[in-house]
Design a protein around this ligand. Structure first.
Ligand code: ARG
Ligand code: ZN
Length: 465
């Protein structure tokens, strides 16, 4: 990415008394077998995430003042070491770190680019559980590192913030292991000026408390969540709360500019959540809903339990898409970004299923129409089974990914296909998935050799015959 080089150039070592370039390092990190790796091992995003530990829980305390764009935070991370650790990294972009403690003892730390390196006073034993507490503050800078991703991360708005971090923007607002292959549960304690609403994942814990001109909101996401789905979207919002027909708590929130869409957002989100529960299996989380903010992001994001729509009035199609991601993407999470079609192809196919359900257009008609695109259409030269790091969200990952599922459905028949979708969602609920696992399951349930079908649809740079 373009920004990656710039970030490396402007990287500075942090300057608080307790830190520095980890002075006294007798050997560079690479030579120390006990140093956690600066990346989690995704070859397409070598610095995203970190090696040597697995996060179980994030406790985020965030104070934000929209008028000054200043964020003050304390992140407490509960993790387990997966090797002996003399030092380890977190991902954090910008912001000033004041203090780091490991298991209650001050730790030395250094900054380089988006890496925060922590050296605990005592080496952490392999498999030991440990706690890291990072106190930090500053003005979050959203990312704009490639044209096709737009602006993402923590994006300040006039009344608060729009927080959508896919693929790797959560490091713009809290230190974390910023890669989907390490999911964790989250507690949020967010303090904002009175009159501002803080919307995070999961459900409210107690009523928001206002005192001294500020309000504190506590939210809890008790199911594992990828860092890119974490949100603290802040601003003036109108809210509608209740439950879906099947009893799932539902919360819709709209910026005052989009108040006219609040009821539709609420009603359609409820209906879609309940319908997908009959198609894909039980809803994986404890609440559903949606948020429309006044920031024109040019995209929506399936933030866990609360999809976020960036400055537009969402129609049924996109609501169907973002809520399908609660199963495909959020409950079942990709281990490597190259498998992104397992998110976007499935959510796009869900759009077509929704149109079919509503009697507007059959999936077969959608598929047949797309198949007519000329051989020169760029979709045919981009194999969706291998998303490219510099063009991750290419239309092919969505559309040709969705077509792959329809081609599969035609090959195995409706009964097997829908059993496959439900079995897939059930077998890997709250877990991680790869394309090979999906192909294996499809072959097992259908009893067919599907190598040629998946190869033509996912991996060849041409239109399948
Ligand atoms: N996952 C989102 C969707 O459902 C796309 C997010 C794209 N991210 C970005 N930074 N533009 O389509
Ligand atoms: Zn999507």
């Amino acid at each position: 990415r373009r920004m990656a080089m710039v970030a490396a150039l402007v990287s500075v070592l942090a300057c608080s008394p307790a830190d520095g370039p980890l002075p006294g390092d007798e050997a560079p990190a690479a030579a120390d077998q006990r140093a956690g790796a600066p990346g989690i091992g995704d070859p397409d995003f070598p610095k995203d995430g970190n090696g040597g530990y697995d996060v179980a829980h994030y406790d985020l305390v965030v104070d934000y003042v929209p008028a000054t764009k200043r964020l003050t935070g304390v992140t407490t991370i509960k993790a387990a070491a997966t090797q002996e650790l003399s030092r380890f990294n977190l991902d954090l972009a910008g912001l000033d770190v004041r203090e780091v403690a490991v298991d209650g003892s001050p730790a030395r730390f250094g900054r380089q680019g988006d890496e925060l390196t922590v050296r605990p006073a005592k080496t952490i034993a392999d498999r030991a559980k440990f706690t890291v507490k990072v106190s930090y503050s500053g003005t979050p800078k959203p990312r704009k590192d490639s044209a096709n991703l737009g602006t993402y991360g923590f994006v300040p708005t006039s009344d608060g913030a729009f927080v959508a971090s896919e693929p790797n923007g959560s490091k713009t607002w809290f230190p974390n292991n910023d890669h989907p292959s390490d999911k964790a549960t989250y507690d949020f304690t967010i303090t904002v000026p009175a009159g501002v609403t803080a919307l995070a994942n999961g459900e409210l814990v107690g009523a928001p408390a206002t005192k001294g001109g500020t309000t504190t909101f506590r939210w809890r996401e008790r199911h594992p969540m990828a860092s890119y789905l974490a949100t603290a979207t802040l601003g003036k919002f109108d809210l509608r709360q209740g439950t879906t027909a099947s009893g799932i708590p539902n919360l819709a929130a709209t910026d005052p500019r989009f108040k006219s869409t609040l009821d539709k957002l609420y009603t359609v989100s409820a209906e879609v959540t309940d319908y997908w529960s009959t198609v894909f299996g039980p809803y994986p989380f404890s609440s559903t809903g949606g948020v429309v903010d006044d920031y024109s992001a040019g995209y929506a994001l399936e933030n866990q339990t609360k999809p976020l729509y960036g400055g537009f009035d969402p129609d049924e199609t996109i609501i169907a898409h973002e809520l399908a991601h609660q199963w495909f993407g959020n409950s079942l999470t990709i281990r490597r970004w190259k498998d992104l079609w397992l998110n976007e192809g499935f959510a796009t196919y869900a759009e077509w299923l929704w149109a079919e359900h509503k009697g507007r257009k059959t999936t077969e008609a959608t598929f047949a129409e797309l198949l007519k695109r000329p051989a020169t259409d760029p979709m045919w030269s981009y194999p969706p089974g291998r998303a490219k790091p510099d063009d991750l969200f290419n239309q092919s990952v969505y559309t040709r990914g969705g077509m792959t599922l329809h081609a599969l459905r035609k090959a195995v028949g409706d009964a097997t296909f829908f059993t496959l979708l439900r079995t897939w969602a059930a077998d890997h609920r709250y877990g991680h998935v790869t394309t090979d696992q999906f192909i294996d399951l499809a072959e097992r349930l259908s009893g067919k050799d599907l190598t040629a079908l998946f190869d033509a649809w996912l991996y060849q740079p041409r239109r399948p015959a």
